[in-house]
Design a protein around this ligand. Sequence first.
Ligand code: ZN
Length: 168
Amino acid sequence: MTNKTVANNTVVRVHYTGTLPDTGEVFDTSEGKDPLTFLVGHKNMISGFEEEMMGAKLGERREFTLEPERAYGHQNDELVLEFPKSEFSHLESSGVQIEIGMQLVAQTFEGPAPFIIRAVSEDSITADFNHAMAGKTLKFSVEVVEVRTATDEEINHGHAHGPGGVNH
Ligand code: ZN
């Protein structure tokens, strides 16, 4: 049985373009790539994205704007941390120049944690672990290119299998 409407426990493939409404800058798009594939209702996407796509039919295009609370949340000051510059010495000794705005990834016990360099001083470095899109209002244009009912296995795993999905 095929389900042609976006709903919980369907696997959806979409083409999308995300822009920053203030500047019109495209921050992410599937244009020229494979469509984005996800299992609906399992927190694989930011909440507002799924909410806005609920009930969309195959071939339907929707445009919507998400405030930070329905996208990547607000900036959390507690995720902006200062480190002694010596902790970055391994990078600098391998020829990497630490600069403001640079994106790096820290290896933590909970897995990789990307961060952005916010400030560099004589002896310390300020690292911002907020999501790069935190605090931003995002505009999306989304077209549904495939909808199908998820298999029991996909629902148990909490992610999509098959093209564009996960292989386990
Ligand atoms: Zn799986």
